[in-house]
Design a protein around this ligand. Structure first.
Ligand SMILES: C[S@@+](CC[C@H](N)C(=O)[O-])C[C@H]1O[C@@H](n2cnc3c(N)ncnc32)[C@H](O)[C@@H]1O
Length: 201
């Protein structure tokens, strides 16, 4: 079971905020696919960053499809409930912790506030099916997932991401994941210090 922690990768969250958000904030809806979301800390961290920078009115238009292969059948329930132990919250900045987490009980569990929970929806999905969960995303976030695949599978999955992205549409990955040469024509890098890309037409 992959159970990661909140604000695990600040750099990519900041890159999304700085490079993707300015181009998207006027969209009627912002549709995001977090592919390989594990138990939810990642899509919820992203939702909190977006809420911070968009305000409550625009944030209502954010829809995050959080997907994972979910071999344990636990991901959906965990994400829907939005309840996490404080162990997972160690990297959450204090102001964000105060605004978006409410103590659930005296055993160290916190629940994410409804405004943030509403923005994230979980679906079970196998990336290697190469069937997109839906079309017309503005951002695909796929971190620490492609490294588990063979190179030809990575190329196919990146091709699928490209095909479901709007124009402009953005792709974000972990720092160590490079785009294979065969898929390099699909995306243009936006930052030298983060793996954030814009779709090439
Ligand atoms: C190391 S975790 C990364 C979680 C999160 N993205 C992060 O960076 O914190 C890798 C996740 O990829 C998921 N995964 C592996 N193979 C997958 C597949 N074929 N389709 C969808 N998700 C997959 C795993 O279930 C796991 O939750």
């Amino acid at each position: 079971m992959a159970f990661t922690f909140f604000f695990r990768d600040r750099k990519i969250l900041e890159a999304i905020r700085d490079h993707a958000l300015p181009a998207l904030r006027d969209s009627r809806f912002i549709r995001i696919w977090d592919a390989g979301c594990a138990m939810g800390p990642e899509p919820y961290s992203l939702a909190m960053v977006l809420r911070e920078h968009m305000g409550s009115h625009l944030f209502r238009n954010v829809e995050i499809e959080a997907t994972d292969i979910d071999s344990s059948n636990l991901f959906g329930d965990t994400i829907e409930q939005g309840i996490y132990h404080k162990e997972r919250l160690r990297s959450v900045p204090a102001d964000i912790l105060g605004r978006y987490f409410q103590p659930e009980d005296s055993t160290g569990y916190y629940r994410i506030v409804p405004e943030i929970r509403r923005a994230v929806r979980f679906r079970k999905h196998d990336l290697l099916s190469l069937e997109p969960v839906r079309e017309r995303f503005h951002l695909v976030l796929c971190k620490n997932v492609l490294l588990h695949f063979r190179q030809e599978q990575r190329i196919e999955v990146l091709g699928m991401f490209h095909s479901v992205l709007e124009d402009p549409g953005f792709l974000a990955m972990e720092q160590t994941q490079k785009i294979p040469e065969e898929a390099a024509h699909l995306f243009q890098s936006l930052a030298s210090n983060a793996q954030i890309f814009v779709k090439r037409a």
